[in-house]
Write a protein that binds this ligand. Structure first.
Ligand SMILES: [Zn+2]
Length: 300
């Protein structure tokens, strides 16, 4: 599932290659991942792609009507979520479409912006200007923009496990399993620790490391785990830098202890049992249990 760095990579690529182009027509194939397919056919032709931006884990293709002046604040948008296997990239119209091409936007320069998606876990929706704020309101802060004060407060107000909070899109938008695990490993924080119980120092370190991990991943055009490709059809490179994610049983880069996997919030979480010690409460309970067992052992 593409996370913030992968989506940012695709959005930047599209911004460079298709911004400013006008959509001439829309051709649809399978449409079960599109909110209201006919809205795309009705509203997109004639509109220009003003810019392509990332919002959390999805892209917003900002549109502009031919007649609209540049002072118009908000126009319509096309929301695109790449799901597991979605690709959105421009192709010469003469090039035969790949298998699983479900949406084709003919552009005014003779190219086609094509959406291919083998598994169709993605989502596409036409959002008129007036509906956009409601759609975006459900999402939390951008992890690259959140201030230190806001991040520390966010953690203080959540009694969920830190890994679950990082994945919660209504708290922070754009972080998924890979970058949550990587930033927790870098911060030496166990994924099961309670967010509200982290020290201010830990919280500040986590924000700093999360931002560093995301920026480094963007610089390497994201992680290619299944078949992520950027808008030019190139895979990302950040998977080579993973220190925790997907490394169960392999030695920790810091202390050589084998990386372990635990399920938190229904997701696999990779961590170093030595660098990222278990939450203190869990440890106390474990010690208490051990003591009880030992006492029982003595009396029986
Ligand atoms: Zn370690």
């Amino acid at each position: 599932m593409p996370e913030l760095p992968e989506v940012e990579t695709v959005a930047r690529g599209l911004q460079m290659t298709v911004a400013g182009r006008r959509i001439v027509s829309v051709t649809l194939g399978k449409t079960d991942f599109i909110d209201d397919p006919s809205a795309l056919e009705t509203h997109l032709p004639g509109q220009s792609i003003e810019r392509v931006e990332r919002f959390g884990k999805f892209m917003l293709v900002r549109l502009r009507k031919e007649a609209a002046s540049s002072t118009d604040v908000a126009g319509d948008s096309l929301l695109v979520h790449l799901g597991m296997t979605g690709h959105l990239s421009p192709h010469p119209v003469s090039e035969p479409p790949l298998k699983h091409t479900h949406v084709r936007f003919l552009l005014d320069d003779g190219r086609e912006l094509r959406y291919t998606d083998a598994r169709r876990f993605g989502r596409m929706a036409f959002l008129p200007a007036e509906k956009l704020p409601t759609e975006l309101k459900r999402f939390g802060a951008d992890p690259l923009e959140i201030s230190e004060k806001d991040f520390v407060e966010l953690l203080q107000f959540h009694k969920s496990r830190i890994k679950a909070l990082l994945l919660d899109q209504s708290a922070l938008r754009g972080v998924g399993n890979i970058y949550a695990d990587e930033s927790l490993w870098r911060s030496r924080i166990h994924p099961m620790r309670i967010a509200a119980k982290l020290s201010g120092q830990d919280a500040r370190a986590l924000r700093k490391n999360l931002q560093a991990v995301l920026r480094e991943a963007i610089a390497l055009r994201g992680s290619s785990i299944i078949d992520f490709l950027d808008a030019d059809g190139e895979p990302g490179e950040y998977q080579r830098r993973h220190r925790a994610y997907g490394r169960e049983g392999k030695p920790c880069y810091r202390c050589k202890t084998p990386i372990r996997r635990v399920i938190v919030a229904g997701r696999s979480s990779y961590f170093c049992p030595r660098c990222q010690p278990v939450p203190r409460i869990g440890r106390k309970r474990a010690i208490r249990r051990k003591t009880v067992t030992a006492k029982r052992g003595r009396t029986s």
